[in-house]
Write a protein that binds this ligand. Sequence first.
Ligand code: ADE
Length: 247
Amino acid sequence: MRFTVLSIFPDMVDRAFRTGVTGRAAGEGLIELDTVNIRDYSTNSYGSIDGYSYGGGAGMLMQCEPVYQAYGEALKRLRERRRESGEAEPEEPVRVIYMTPVGEVFTQRRAEELSKEKELIFLCGHYEGIDERVIDEIVTDRISIGDYVLTGGELSALVVMDAVARLIPGVLKNDESAETESFNTGGLLEYPQYTRPDEWHGRKVPDILLSGDHGRVDNYRMHEMRRVTRETRPDLYMKYMEERGIF
Ligand code: ADE
């Protein structure tokens, strides 16, 4: 997977991406990140890329042309990377994801769908947003990471890239972990887990987990997944039960 991020804070994205699991996967060539600084494509000598909103209202908007030029640069670099690695040009245009609270809310299902792509471009807005015309011109998907407003799209692009990257074969070392975690358990949340020591601050690991009886452990974990989901996400629990015809 080749990720490209269009942003005015490329270092923020780069630093976070190159830390931890995604950083290691990038080092191994399983995923790639390129960033394009939108500010490099300012159309004036002050280096500004924003303007007032027509019709009034507080805040500044990112202008069309710098965003469009940054996108052009991203496409050019992608073509170069494909040529270097002897890959054919894709039949479909590369998807461009605009990170915005005015988008479809990101889910594990969406992460799975995006992980099938070979390349993705993320557009990160700032200020009060981006001139709608360039969004209409280049964007294929609008994604929100939740019903709250961040100062920019960088953190949300990182969230989406992280969730997508861990689904790419080889990125997680233990192949199982992507399978058994929350949202891959038929819609239930994950059970609580424990490691050594078996007693800490007077709190004991549940006896069943020390019993060595795999059948009982599996039953116990299933029971815990249901309990945790019912208590913390009744909406998910209802969905889970409905899908099984229980309600
Ligand atoms: N940019 C600002 N807020 C956001 C959100 N909730 N999701 C995605 N991008 C954003």
